[in-house]
Design a protein around this ligand. Structure first.
Ligand code: PHB
Length: 390
């Protein structure tokens, strides 16, 4: 009793500054269902951030409120976001694995006075839908342009593309084709696959029949990408000498144990490898592995979530914990830091992350585990997709 009284007196003496608010951050992602590992990686990145930086900004407590969205479902995304804003009073919205979900929520932001920090959804146009969107992941334009350059440099002349038929797939196809053709290459056929496709054998037959020297592919990371790469191997395309070109979504680390030697030597372009050699990354990976529990499940959405939290903490600091979405977003324009992926910054105009893109090759470590070995760097890339859209 005496101690409580003393504490109360001390708080009054401090002029009430000891009064702390709780700032809520609503995170929407796939936490159950076939893409649950991707959502688990959002949470691992967020937990790694709080483990290393605490759950407070100044005097304010930061609380994360998770909402599960197992598959791309714009209507459900919108209602979850509304619920988080109206009932939970979140000051920030974050997460968003699939593009259609992020797109469905952007019209709510201004009226709700809430910034959105995208931790995955990778279609270029999302950031143009609201001035309150900031993205810490990547775009398919950022990752696919370097892959087209590499293909041309390797002397490949004829490519067939195969992409999931929605935003990021169309971006990947356009980015690859535009760049590859400008470098003298030819696209012999462009296949668009429904998101629900699980049997890829007919696609592999079309690839074989097309006469292409290589297939460029994009599907959203998850059971889809695992199935596609398995099918490429099992249908004899590798043996037939048809090369496999893709952004790193196709060789995410959590798929590598199941792919085993099938993935060996596959080259991809991406913003992040868990094997990135830096002190910042070692610190992150140690914390994120502890957070996720099973180290083999750690994958790329964790790093965008971790960096997304850095951005949100900066926003909270800049607004003194007050709800002011515009001021929050303005505060992170031009923000630069050393991410576990390498040096990054938030482009002040697009609010998308500027970063290195790496060419990587799946290799086997001495302990028998597989990893994405970085072999070339395309430094400081802004999003070429935004320039192309103008
Ligand atoms: C997306 O829907 O924007 C998306 C999902 C998974 C990926 C990349 C992009 O691996």
């Amino acid at each position: 009793m005496r101690r409580i009284l003393l504490a109360a007196v001390a708080a009054i003496a401090l002029g009430g500054t000891a009064l702390a608010d709780t700032i809520k951050v609503g995170v929407i992602g796939p936490f159950s269902g076939p893409f649950a590992i991707q959502g688990k990686n959002f949470k691992a990145g967020i937990d790694a951030w709080t483990a290393l930086n605490g759950a407070k900004v100044g005097n304010d407590d930061v609380e994360i409120v998770y909402r599960d969205l197992p598959a791309a479902n714009p209507a459900q995304a919108k209602s979850l976001a509304q619920d988080l804003v109206v009932k939970e009073h979140v000051q920030y919205l974050a997460g968003f694995y699939f593009t259609p979900d992020a797109m469905a929520v952007t019209p709510l932001l201004e009226q709700a006075n809430v910034p959105m920090v995208i931790m995955n959804a990778a279609t270029s146009a999302i950031v143009t839908k609201s001035p309150l969107v900031v993205r810490t992941s990547f775009t398919l334009w950022q990752t696919s342009v370097p892959m087209a350059k590499v293909a041309a440099q390797r002397g490949i002349k004829k490519v067939i593309t195969a992409v999931s038929d929605y935003g990021p797939g169309v971006d990947a196809e356009t980015a690859f084709a535009t760049t590859f053709k400008a470098d003298g290459g030819q696209i012999v056929e462009s296949i668009r696959m429904p998101l629900s496709t699980t049997d890829f054998s007919p696609i592999m037959q079309r690839v074989k029949d097309s006469g292409a020297e290589a297939v460029f592919a994009f599907l959203p990371s998850g059971p889809t990408t695992l199935g596609f790469l398995k099918s490429y191997n099992e249908n004899g395309l590798k043996q037939a000498g048809i090369q496999f070109l893709a952004p790193g979504d196709l060789t995410q680390e959590s798929d590598l144990p199941a792919l085993g030697d099938m993935a060996l030597g596959v080259t991809t372009t991406f913003h992040y490898s868990i094997a990135h050699d830096s002190g910042e990354n070692k610190k992150f990976v140690a914390a994120a592995r502890t957070a996720i529990g099973n180290p083999a499940e750690l994958s790329f959405p964790s790093v965008s979530a971790y960096d997304g939290m850095r951005v949100i903490y900066k926003m909270i600091e800049a607004t003194g914990g007050k709800q002011d979405a515009k001021k929050a977003v303005d505060a992170v324009k031009g923000m630069a830091w050393e991410s576990p992926r390498g040096p990054v910054s938030i482009d002040p105009e697009s609010r998308h992350i500027t970063q290195n893109i790496y060419l990587r090759e799946v290799a086997k470590a001495e302990d028998g585990t597989y990893y994405n070995k970085e072999i070339q760097t395309f430094p400081n890339m802004t999003d070429p997709g935004l320039a192309a859209a103008k």
